[in-house]
Design a protein. Structure first.
Length: 636
């Protein structure tokens, strides 16, 4: 028995229609019946009757079946492709239908494949083929294929005379970042419509060329073409990208003055613009006035509060959301991560897993970063196992986060294994593993990997050399450090940052080359900060160099750096040199300035839980004693 819609009118109509063709001996009008279908079960019943009556070869009926499956809201695109594969000689209409159906989404590459198959079988494309095909090329960023399609359209004479084909080329070139090519197509168009102008304005918006976008908007009005919601959304997105609230206010003013129809999509764009430009009150006002809030509206508000570090309002809005999608969960998890609430981000992730929403790569990137910050290897491994079981194919970015997580949690071999097995690597990949090896004392291996990176043609950056110099520092490789420090500027043309100077001073200071370290500070292109002076003072303490420590103290007093740790370090240098009077003066100076060294926080992992504690912390005595018992039992 057929499964019909529960609506009484639909049930009555469908029962009557289907009973007629099931019991009549005459051939029914299948084309008309297919149009009346309300579900795939009805369509499959009709397909069975078409096959029984020997009409499976009828091109019109089969084409109608494919169209319903491919384009109807209650259809099934995979079944449409299945029917298509059964057709021995598909016509151009069937190819166009499937190319259109596959043109958007993850399966858009199938649209390109179908086009190639169509041409291979000698079926020539028409003006309805190219717009959908170009949409697929734009979605896939298939630049070579899109340019080939353009050449084919020119050859067949469709590129210059059909507005919808030309609009497809504008959208394709703009989506692939070839904005100049898009503009050439636009300028050569004999006739333009609203879609042409919107595609071009949106193209400029995507690449951040705000002046061109607004100039084109002016030209659009001069041509007498009235902008619509999509025009305003593109212009507002430009303001959001460059954080220019004045441009956004101009668009908002134009909408209000001209009485342009404001739908939810446009209101969301306004909300997003004010939120990203830092005008939280305006964003809140728009959000409150919205009569029809969708999941994008709620998520934009969560992101707005997150950007301003307002955790509680973000939580309230998130909890009030009637519907949450994966982007909503990601926004709140990211909010916790950005504001240092790492445990809360992990807890929210597990709440997300308990809902009907499936985490994606962005989710995993955020929660793995939280594990990195917490140093929680147990949770990190659980998340890695979940990633393997989920079927998500990790991108280069996600693999980089995994490498970073294992490295920061102390499992550097795991980090190295993941790095070596990565199918593709970018500069961040090499930087992450080089810094990981350097911080774990494997400086020689870090230098080897840098040499491999250099040989592969991958261009190093400032972060690469921070890790490389750190590796030289930890291994005491003074000459190697000098070599790469000079090569960084002379060969790779990378400007020195404060971190590079600090690494070089640390390299020299650890080996007792304090005078050379002072010379490096004297030649610095940037002003020395607390990191530089702290690094030099650390070397002074190791080598008991009081004169240079006094020099550093003089510099600190001149720049009025009120860092308690530096004064404590100088005091300790005087104490170890038994210069008690100098030490006493330092203590008085610290008291006068109201300085004290910040308390350090340590963390320990016991039975899968990470706990933090400070000096003289009494809150974790039970945990510490249980740790001692478990440690002693292992030793015995």
């Amino acid at each position: 028995m057929l499964k019909l819609s529960k609506h009484p009118t639909v049930i009555s109509r469908c029962k009557h229609t289907f009973s007629l063709f099931l019991h009549t001996s005459t051939a029914p009008n299948f084309d008309h019946l297919i149009e009346k279908c309300s579900s795939m079960s009805h369509l499959k019943a009709l397909q069975a009757q078409i096959t029984i009556r020997g009409l499976a070869g009828d091109a019109v009926s089969v084409s109608k079946l494919v169209s319903f499956c491919a384009l109807s809201a209650s259809g099934d695109l995979h079944y449409a492709h299945y029917l298509f594969e059964k057709i021995t000689q598909p016509n151009r209409h069937i190819y166009n239908t499937l190319i259109r159906a596959f043109s958007c989404g993850r399966s858009s590459d199938k649209a390109i494949f179908l086009y190639l198959k169509m041409v291979r079988f000698g079926i020539s494309p028409n003006e309805f083929t190219f717009p959908s095909l170009l949409k697929a090329c734009a979605f896939q960023k298939a630049c070579v294929e899109g340019i080939s399609v353009h050449l084919q359209a020119l050859k067949l004479g469709f590129s210059e005379s059909y507005v919808m084909v030309q609009n497809g080329f504008i959208n394709f070139y703009a989506s692939c970042g070839m904005i100049e090519c898009a503009r050439k197509v636009f300028d050569r168009m004999e006739f333009t419509n609203l879609v042409s102008w919107n595609s071009m304005i949106n193209g400029y918006a995507k690449v951040g060329l705000w002046e061109e976008a607004f100039l084109l908007f002016g030209g659009m009005r001069e041509d007498g073409i009235e902008p619509n919601g999509r025009t305003f959304v593109s212009l507002l997105s430009v303001s959001s990208r460059i954080y220019d609230v004045e441009l956004g206010k101009f668009v908002h003013w134009y909408i209000e003055i001209n009485g342009a129809p404001s739908d939810t999509h446009m209101q969301n764009a306004l909300l997003d613009m004010y939120a990203k430009c830092g005008h939280l009150q305006m964003a809140e006002a728009i959000f409150r006035r919205m009569a029809d809030k969708n999941v994008v509206s709620w998520t934009s508000m969560v992101s707005a509060y997150a950007k301003h570090g307002l955790i509680e309002p973000a939580e309230i809005v998130f909890n009030w959301m009637p519907v949450k999608n994966v982007i909503s969960w990601n926004s709140m998890i990211s909010c916790y991560l950005q504001n240092g609430y790492y445990k809360e981000s992990l807890e929210l992730f597990y709440r997300m897993c308990g809902s009907c929403v499936i985490p994606d790569e962005t989710t995993m990137t955020s929660v793995l970063s939280s594990c990195s910050q917490l140093g929680d290897l147990v949770q990190g491994k659980k998340l890695h196992d979940y990633l393997r079981d989920s079927g998500i194919r990790p991108s280069v970015t996600l693999c980089n986060v995994l490498v970073d997580m294992y490295a920061k949690c102390g499992s550097v071999q795991e980090a190295l294994d993941i790095f070596l097995n990565m199918p593709g690597k970018n500069t961040v990949s090499w930087n992450t593993i080089i810094n990981a090896l350097a911080s774990h004392g494997s400086g020689h291996r870090a230098i080897e990997l840098f040499q491999e990176m250099d040989a592969s043609g991958m261009q190093p950056d400032a972060v690469t050399f921070s890790g490389l110099l750190s590796a030289c520092c930890h291994c005491g490789l003074v000459e190697t450090g000098r070599y790469y420090f000079s090569k960084m500027s002379q060969v790779y043309k990378i400007h020195y940052d404060i971190e590079h100077y600090a690494c070089m001073i640390d390299i020299l200071g650890r080996q007792g080359l304090l005078k050379e370290a002072v010379e490096v500070i004297g030649k610095m292109s940037v002003k020395p900060d607390i990191v530089i002076w702290g690094t030099l003072l650390g070397a002074c303490r190791i080598h008991q160099n009081v004169p240079i420590a006094r020099l550093v103290l003089k510099q600190i007093l001149e720049v009025e750096t009120y860092a308690g740790g530096l004064y404590v370090l100088i005091s300790n240098i005087f104490s170890e040199a038994q210069q008690w009077e100098e030490m006493r003066k330092m203590r008085i100076l610290m008291k006068d300035y109201g300085l004290r060294k910040n308390d350090a926080v340590s963390s320990i992992e016991v039975e899968g839980r990470v706990s933090e504690f400070m000096v003289d912390d009494k809150k974790h005595e039970g945990l510490i004693s249980s740790t001692r018992r478990s440690t002693s039992s292992r030793i015995t």
